[in-house]
Design a protein around this ligand. Structure first.
Ligand SMILES: [Zn+2]
Length: 380
């Protein structure tokens, strides 16, 4: 949730709004107030602006209710919810781990569009009541716009392209049919990439022929395309390494460095002979305190290196997945992904550090598994 504004928590789930939503809501309020509402209700401008702002706010709440419905059903199906972030055409409910069955996968996805349809029905019914009471035409016009938008949201989210809800529904169906979740994910993600790519192409054509509206499609297309690509990569890696033990994948010679070490000290004393992508940091008593990635070290600008200590760039222990060497790699990969891809520390039965698993280690293992037939298994 790096680019999002924290709104608060609901039932222990942090809720954020992507900055783009606020910009777009302001645009929607403006468009409602200056074009949509005057055309339908022909009223005064001051009232138009209030109705436009209320309409945009009701849309934000509709998006939130849609996402919360995913979260509630996920919790009921024993999948923990990490956070909810609202985007323009819905939002992202980040789950910790995955649905355990195709049925749960289907329910968690399908409830979102169903909720949007119910919301559309609610706004349409309210419109009918308001119309009968012959209240000001502005309220009718705003409600009429709201149910239309919720129906469009439901329809858009049902397109069978991951990461949209319809893509999840497709995945659940394929999963039930084949019994292979990762394969189903890859297919749903390919649909997502195709659809995202088509939206980008459509938006670029739009830019040529009808101006800035096209940019809108390019942005949504890019968002979908990159989300689908990440899902496909995750499903592929997961399919390759999930049958392995952590010990096969981990870096078995982990480095642990005191957290007060400065970056130049780290480089001079440790990094020249270290090939891992992540290292553990320890506190003053020698206890594990977190991890530092090579990426975080490289991101420190040259002029700030001498004043930067590892504690300043470390991921704290609370956000680091822990594993046992004989644990299943599939489970660890899931936990790493739900912790923003943070590296994992591998501890033995006495809780001594025996390994580190980074995303690069998983990529390496994925390549090794893919290359395995060249080393003899094919001829057996
Ligand atoms: Zn949804």
């Amino acid at each position: 949730m790096k680019q999002s504004i924290r709104l608060g928590t609901l039932g222990g789930i942090p809720i954020g709004v992507n900055w783009s939503v606020l910009l777009i809501l302001a645009l929607i309020a403006w468009e409602l107030a200056t074009y949509v509402l005057p055309a339908q209700a022909g009223s005064a401008t001051g009232a138009d602006w209030i109705a436009g702002a209320l309409g945009a706010l009701a849309l934000l709440i509709s998006l939130l209710v849609h996402e919360v419905s995913h979260a509630v059903v996920a919790k009921r199906n024993d999948v923990r919810v990490r956070s909810i972030t609202l985007f323009v055409f819905g939002g992202v409910t980040q789950l910790e781990g995955q649905a355990h069955t195709p049925g749960a996968d289907f329910r968690i996805a399908a409830v979102g569009p169903a909720t949007s349809v119910v919301l559309a029905g609610f706004f349409a019914a309210t419109e009918a009541v308001v119309q009968r009471a012959s209240v000001h035409g502005l309220a009718v016009a705003t409600l009429s716009w709201l149910w239309g938008v919720n129906l469009v949201l439901a329809a858009f989210n049902l397109i069978p392209a991951a990461p949209l809800d319809g893509g999840r529904v497709l995945r659940a169906g394929l999963w039930r049919h084949s019994g292979d979740r990762n394969r189903a994910s890859v297919i749903a993600a390919r649909f997502g990439r195709g659809f995202g790519g088509a939206l980008i192409a459509f938006g670029l054509l739009g830019l040529l022929y009808s101006g800035v509206v096209g940019l809108w499609f390019v942005l949504i297309g890019y968002f979908l395309y990159s989300g689908a690509r990440a899902e496909e990569q995750f499903a592929r890696a997961s399919g390759a390494v999930e049958s392995l033990r952590v010990i096969r994948v981990m870096n078995p010679r982990p480095l642990a460095v005191p957290r007060n070490t400065t970056v130049p000290d780290l480089v001079a004393r440790y990094l020249w002979n270290y090939r891992g992508d992540a290292l553990a940091v320890t506190d003053e008593n020698g206890f594990l305190a977190g991890v530092v990635t090579a990426e975080a070290v490289m991101a420190v600008p040259a002029h700030r290196r001498s004043e930067t200590r590892l504690v300043d760039i470390a991921v704290p222990l609370a956000a680091v997945p822990l594993a046992r060497p004989d644990g299943p790699m599939g489970d660890l990969l899931e936990r790493m992904m739900s912790h923003d891809g943070n590296p994992a520390l591998v501890l033995d039965a006495e809780n001594r550090l025996v390994g580190i698993v980074s995303i690069a280690d998983i990529q390496r293992a994925t390549t090794l598994v893919g290359g395995a037939p060249f080393w003899g298994t094919r001829h057996r």
